[in-house]
Design a protein around this ligand. Structure first.
Ligand SMILES: NC(=O)c1ccc[n+]([C@@H]2O[C@H](COP(=O)([O-])OP(=O)(O)OC[C@H]3O[C@@H](n4cnc5c(N)ncnc54)[C@H](O)[C@@H]3O)[C@@H](O)[C@H]2O)c1
Length: 263
């Protein structure tokens, strides 16, 4: 119960990695707010966490809409008095060759993955600076480049850029800002990405899963729980002196990727 009496907001916490993070933060004692555009699913997920003894509520949160983001942040401050932990997890993935992407693809992926966390961090910073404390954790991706994911990678590099700048700006207020790079987690986002990559690269879906497993030194895919463990560490007092870092939770894939010769 390292996070007892803490208040945490997890964007995109209704399913996948975000749900794993929400379960873990609530399990560590934090009052956890799942903020997701899929409101019904967020409520079901919050209910499943409370039925296991955690404190969890759901809020409709669309990171594309800054007035919604600001409103949710004001409600959290009014209802719970503070925000200790913000996890920017909501994200979308779109796999295509550069020549097939539309203007709208760029706008959408950049807006959810980069502008959204900018909106949530701006709103959270206003509250956390008043408190003079806070932990911000951004879920990025392996930042070594991935073929057919150029907009997604660009959006996650943008989020890493925000992480590095805000680390400096918010440190004087006792706020840490870090990022986590998960390995491949078999969520809806990954399944869709693999289907799209198979179409773009002319590969079989199963061969892509096999390639991921065979190039992961630890020999298996990542899980939401693996990512959640790193989030809980950074959010707890064990992470108090860590800021501006990128932690790879990739089973060693990060290092393999640096030496990769083919897509
Ligand atoms: N799955 C992987 O292999 C993998 C690897 C590296 C990084 N990531 C990152 O991890 C994060 C979570 O991914 P996941 O695999 O769990 O995806 P997912 O699609 O299973 O879940 C994403 C969640 O974000 C929510 N969301 C989407 N748009 C939103 C918006 N505008 N406002 C609020 N919520 C919104 C969705 O409703 C969903 O609940 C993403 O940022 C993703 O880029 C995933």
């Amino acid at each position: 119960m390292r996070l007892k009496d803490q208040v945490a907001l997890v964007t995109g916490g209704a399913r996948g990695i975000g749900l794993g993070i929400s379960k873990r933060l609530a399990g560590e004692g934090a009052l956890t707010i799942i903020g997701d555009v899929r409101t019904e699913l967020a409520e079901e997920s919050a209910h499943s966490i409370t039925s296991e003894g955690g404190q969890c509520v759901a809020r409709h949160l669309d990171v594309l809409d800054s007035s919604n983001v600001d409103g949710v942040m004001s409600q959290i401050a009014a209802e719970f008095g503070k925000l200790d932990i913000l996890v920017n997890n909501a994200g979308v993935h779109l796999v295509k060759p550069i020549t097939d992407y539309t203007d709208g693809d760029w706008e959408h992926v950049m807006a959810v993955n980069a502008r959204g966390p900018f909106f949530t961090m701006r709103a959270a910073a206003r509250q956390m600076m008043k408190q003079r404390s806070g932990k911000i954790i951004n879920i990025v991706t392996i930042l070594t480049g991935t073929p057919f994911s150029s907009i997604y990678e660009a959006s996650k590099h943008a989020l890493m850029g925000l992480t590095k700048c805000l680390m400096y700006e918010l440190a004087p207020y006792g706020i840490t800002v870090n990022a986590i790079s998960p390995g491949a987690v078999d969520t809806e986002l990954l399944k869709k990405g693999i289907r799209e990559k198979a179409a773009s690269a002319g590969l079989e879906v199963q061969s892509i899963y096999d390639q991921i497993a065979s190039t992961t030194p630890l020999g298996r895919l990542c899980t939401p729980e693996d990512v959640a463990g790193a989030v809980a560490f950074l959010a707890s007092s064990d992470g108090d002196y860590i800021t501006g870092e990128l932690i790879h939770v990739t089973g060693g894939t990060f290092h393999q990727n640096l030496g990769r010769k083919q897509s």
